[in-house]
Ligand binder design. Structure first.
Ligand code: GLV
Length: 320
């Protein structure tokens, strides 16, 4: 295969190897992330594009690539950065990388949940600043995690991986999802409920829903108001699912105990009010960022391109 492939960011070698071995003419952009103009220029004549969450792949992008564009392979499970309508009208296949990052992302959700509850960020900042004076009977107390109720919003693959971790912590699992998940109900005792009831009764709320028109600001001021005063909110899905300004307000007012975030409304910008708060743990969108998983994502993304341009069905097409 000889077509031109644009890889919009530097990705793990394992993925590039797949493209090189297939014989493609591969261009990798080294800027992190590429300026829009450079991206559009580099897209010209590409038959395949391996994109990431930092690129908006829309009409303008596909026009810049031209008529030869056949596949956009997003190296992420989420694909809200890709305009599926624009792809469909041009007959461009869109693929993503589901399945290979569930456990890794669930680890980060649980890491944030534990860190927010037990105040790790705040405690470490005090220690590093030389302000830790002694063991204290009331030092950095936070709510227990084990044995509490976790409410999982979106019980897809990642949500279920979080549920398995919660089960290991002896937690009671409730969930809100469009469809029933009988396996999780049988295996983990998970109970499906309406969003309001989940918010009102859960000690921990973890979000694992994709970003769509329906889930934009799914958690806003009103929903935060419903949560328990000692509740912890975790978001590893997409920033705009939570109204960041409303969350900053709730955390500042102490109407919920803490939050753990890996995603933001306007990455890499983080709402300035969140940056000032002690009761929020902030990670820079590293959910799937283990060495092994990023390799697998890069390989799967490259294999999807190879399949489409080789006239075969891709392993993980996005149904548009
Ligand atoms: C990362 O955010 C992903 O969607 O895989």
């Amino acid at each position: 295969m000889t077509g031109k492939i644009l890889v919009t960011r530097e990705i793990p070698e394992a993925g590039l190897r797949v493209l090189d071995e297939a014989g493609f003419d591969v261009t990798v952009l080294s800027e992190a992330p590429p300026a829009r103009e450079k991206l559009l220029e580099a897209a010209q004549g590409a038959e395949g594009v391996l994109s990431t969450v930092t690129e908006t792949v829309d009409d303008e992008f596909m026009d810049a690539a031209g008529d030869g564009l056949k596949v956009v392979s997003n190296m992420a499970v989420g694909y809200d950065n890709v305009d599926l309508g624009a792809a469909k009208k041009r007959g461009v296949v869109v693929t993503n990388t589901p399945g290979v990052l569930d456990e890794t992302t669930a680890d980060v959700a649980f890491m944030l949940l534990l860190a927010a509850a037990r105040r790790l960020g705040e405690a470490e900042r005090v220690l590093r600043a030389g302000r830790w004076e002694w063991w204290g009977p009331k030092l950095f107390m936070g709510p227990d995690v084990w044995g509490k109720r976790i409410g999982i919003i979106g019980l897809g693959r990642i949500g279920q991986a979080v549920a398995r971790r919660a089960w290991g912590f002896g937690m009671e699992i409730v969930y809100h999802n469009r469809s029933r998940k009988e396996e999780a109900e049988k295996g983990l005792g998970a109970r499906r409920m309406e969003l309001n009831e989940l918010l009102e009764t859960s000690d921990f709320v973890s979000i694992h829903t994709p970003l769509t028109e329906d889930t934009h600001h799914l958690i806003g001021a009103e929903e935060l108001e419903k949560m328990k005063p000692r509740a912890v909110l975790v978001n590893t899905s997409r920033g705009p699912v939570v109204d960041e300004a409303a969350l900053a307000g709730a955390l500042a007012a102490g109407s919920i105990f803490a939050a753990g975030l890996d995603v933001y409304e306007e990455e890499p910008r983080v709402h300035p009010k969140l940056l000032e708060l002690e009761n929020v743990v902030l990670a820079p969108h590293i959910g799937s960022g283990s060495i092994e998983t990023r390799d697998k994502m890069a390989v799967l993304a490259a294999e999807n391109i190879r399949a489409v341009l080789g006239g075969e069905p891709p392993k993980s097409p996005v149904e548009g």
